[in-house]
Each structure stands twice: as structure tokens, then as C-alpha cells.
Write a protein that binds this ligand. Structure first.
Ligand code: F6P
Length: 389
């Protein structure tokens, strides 16, 4: 390409980087996501935020964005505190390679998170643009699930902000990406718990009901059930017949003699027959209209015990699944997403989300990513079913 020179520069943070630049100081994009998109813009002010439930790997994403942004592009990076709340209120903190040290293995998010929805507040969406202008921020990297990215998608469509999305949720229910980071860690936490519960279930010939997260989709329950050797897995996608569940447990204990059972249930699972029993405990809803779930495990254990006569106990794993250090897999995925996100910013690929497709990181339109949820696949459910009862 005419006019290109190879320069070796020592950029902010003291790291040597080789950049293919043209006379204007722009890096040439050689993204795998299609043809080169023209010269990459250098030196931007980029804001980041994490929204929705916390998730192992969030800090690893931030760290990767900061690392490449600062050392390769010469960017100025800032973080908004508590998701969209920080953007609405201009609540920012400077981020640098130095401030990100030691964050890779840490769970949670150093920026804090919230479920604030700018579109639910008077003038909220316009306030996002005002903050960006006042702080001189060129682009935003929003790390979140369907709600946070739904806002990012609308803001981009409304021309109010330039946003690149990074998919996050332990529930793994975002379409357009095969996996979200945090999911692997959550499944491992559940499997560790199920392995421990097996010993009590076996020693006392009990039914142990394990309630796991999964509001709309049962990916965590299904994976944990397969990996943990569950007797039965109950998912939001498939309203369950309580009599069928009890019949499988009876058969297992009666035909096989003394035999423990583990039933894994997603928090969002419901009985097929409305009113059979009352599973969920709270009527509270958040700014995105989601009810606070929890309670199906207890209700189910009580019902199983009454119907079968086998002692049944419930364990709710709750936020333990979202806490703690990310697995190696999630650290690598988060890091890859972070690097891809800052590249997307510099390619001007706003309104897109980075995603995993067949092991490769690609870009997909945010609208596509937030339009519908990814539910469990029939193939995987059929695998789990072989081990029911
Ligand atoms: O992140 C999604 C999720 O894990 C859902 O499975 C669950 O219903 C929700 O978060 C719980 O969030 P909160 O921490 O607000 O109770």
C-alpha cells in the first residue's frame, strides 16, 4: 500500500509496539471480520461501563481494552461507575495499565454495576450524549447482557452515542454469540456443589434439589446437570410436569434400591400446570421489568417430599455462581473480547458487539444480538434426558 511505513514506537505505559501506519498516524485494520475497514483512527478518548449482574471476567475485559487502547492506540481510557448510572451522572474514573494491575483474576467489576435504564428516565437517553460531549469521549465500550446492550443498541440507532458492545452474562442466553464469559465459571461452581451434594444424597438416600440461575434460559442448569450427573434437569424453556418428576424419582429409588437423586432446577423453571404450587417468592421488578426470582427449589423439594415420601432438601446456589475468580477459559475469552472491542472502536464499528463464532471472534450488529434470547438446544437437552430417572 502506497505511503505506508513501519514504525516502532514506545507508547504510554512504556511498552514498545510496532504499528503499520500511514502518513496520518493511523493503523491499518487487518481485522479477520471481513475486508480491512480502512485506516484505524488513533488516540481516542474511550469510556467503558459494566451493566447488569456482575460476572466473573468483567475485569479481564476492562484490562484488555485498557492494555491495547493505551499501549497500541495511545488512547485515554475512563470508566463510568455503576453502568449507565455513571454515564447519566458523569461519574467517571481514569483507567490505565497501572490501575488495572492485579485485576485479571478478580471477580465482580472494579467499575461497579447497576440496572439503570436511561430510556426509563426523563431525558435520560439525551443525557448520555450530553455527558459524552462534556467529557470529550469519542466512543463507549459497554459490557453487559440483553438489557445493557439493548440500551447500547438504541443509543446507537438514535445517534446519541457511539457504542461497541461486549456480551456478558453467566446465563449464556445472548443470541449471536456461542458463549458469554462467566458462564464457564458459573457452571463449574454448580458442578462443584453438585459433586458435594451427591455425598449427602447418597449417605441419607435423599432427594437434593439444586436451584441455579437462569431466568429465561436453562443453559447453566443443563450443563451443570449433565456434568454433575443429575437425575432430572428442569428449565425455563420446558414447563415441567411435577408428577413426571416424582415418577422418575420413585422409579429410581424403588427399582434401583437405595439411590440418591439430584434434581437441578433453573430459577426460571415453572410447573406446566399453573397453580400446582407457588414457586417464586418476590413480586419486585427492576428498571428493565424483570421480577426478582428465587424460591422454585424450596417449593419443588416440598412438593417432591409430599408426593413421594422421600426426604427432599433444597439448596439455592444464588450469587455464589456469579462470585469469585473466573476460570482460565473465561479469562481468555474475556481478554479476547476486550482486545476485539477496542479494535472495533478504532475501526468505527459502532452499533456492533464482539462475539464468538466457531472459536473465532467476530462482530455482529447489536440489534441482532439483543433481538431475541438464545435458548437451550434440543440436541443438548436430548443428551441430558438419556440420564434422567
Ligand atoms: O445475570 C443474570 C442473572 O444471573 C439471572 O440469572 C438472575 O435472575 C439475575 O441475574 C439475578 O440478579 P440480581 O443480582 O439482580 O438478583
Amino acid at each position: 500500500m502506497a505511503g505506508l511505513v513501519l514504525s516502532i514506537g514506545v507508547l504510554a505505559g512504556g511498552v514498545a509496539a510496532a504499528l503499520l501506519v500511514d502518513g496520518s498516524g493511523s493503523e491499518t485494520s487487518t481485522s479477520k471480520n471481513g475486508p480491512p475497514r480502512g485506516p484505524r483512527v488513533r488516540r481516542m478518548k474511550v469510556g467503558m461501563l459494566t451493566g447488569g449482574g456482575d460476572c466473573p471476567g468483567l475485569n479481564a475485559v476492562l484490562r484488555a481494552v485498557v492494555r491495547k487502547g493505551e499501549t497500541v492506540y495511545g488512547d485515554e481510557l475512563v470508566g463510568f461507575r455503576d453502568g449507565w448510572r455513571g454515564v447519566l451522572e458523569g461519574d467517571v474514573m481514569p483507567l490505565s495499565v497501572e490501575t488495572m494491575r492485579g485485576t485479571l483474576p478478580k471477580g465482580g467489576t472494579m467499575l461497579g454495576s447497576s440496572r439503570t435504564n436511561p430510556y426509563k428516565l426523563d431525558g435520560g437517553a439525551e443525557q448520555v450524549r450530553t455527558t459524552m460531549n462534556e467529557l470529550g469521549i469519542d466512543a463507549l465500550v459497554a459490557v453487559g447482557g440483553e438489557d445493557t446492550l439493548g440500551v447500547a443498541s438504541k443509543l446507537t440507532a438514535d445517534g446519541l452515542a457511539k457504542v461497541v458492545g461486549v456480551p456478558k452474562t453467566i446465563d449464556n442466553d445472548l443470541s449471536a454469540t456461542e458463549l458469554t464469559f462467566g458462564f464457564d465459571t458459573a457452571v463449574q461452581v454448580c458442578v462443584d456443589a453438585i459433586d458435594r451434594l451427591h455425598t449427602t444424597a447418597e449417605s441419607h438416600d435423599r432427594v437434593m434439589v439444586v436451584e441455579v440461575m437462569g431466568r429465561h434460559a436453562g443453559h447453566i442448569a443443563l450443563w451443570a446437570g449433565i456434568a454433575g450427573g443429575a437425575t432430572m434437569v428442569l428449565l425455563p424453556e420446558k414447563p415441567f410436569d411435577i408428577e413426571e418428576v416424582c415418577a422418575a424419582i420413585r422409579h429410581r429409588h424403588e427399582a434401583k434400591g437405595r439411590y440418591a437423586s439430584i434434581v437441578v432446577v433453573s430459577e426460571g423453571a415453572v410447573p406446566a400446570e399453573a397453580g400446582t404450587f407457588q414457586p417464586h417468592s418476590s413480586g419486585e421488578v427492576d428498571a428493565f421489568g424483570h421480577a426478582r426470582l428465587g424460591g422454585i427449589g424450596d417449593a419443588l423439594a416440598k412438593e417432591i417430599e409430599e408426593r413421594t415420601g422421600y426426604e427432599s432438601r433444597a439448596v439455592v446456589l444464588g450469587h455464589i455462581q456469579r462470585g469469585g475468580t473466573p476460570t482460565a477459559f473465561d479469562r481468555v475469552l474475556s481478554t479476547r473480547f476486550g482486545i476485539a472491542a477496542i479494535d472495533a472502536v478504532h475501526d468505527g464499528a459502532f452499533g456492533h458487539m464482539v462475539a464468538l463464532h466457531a472459536g473465532e471472534i467476530v462482530r455482529v450488529p447489536l440489534g441482532e444480538a439483543t433481538g431475541e434470547l438464545k435458548l437451550i438446544s434440543k440436541d443438548l437437552y436430548d443428551v441430558a434426558k438419556v440420564f434422567f430417572g
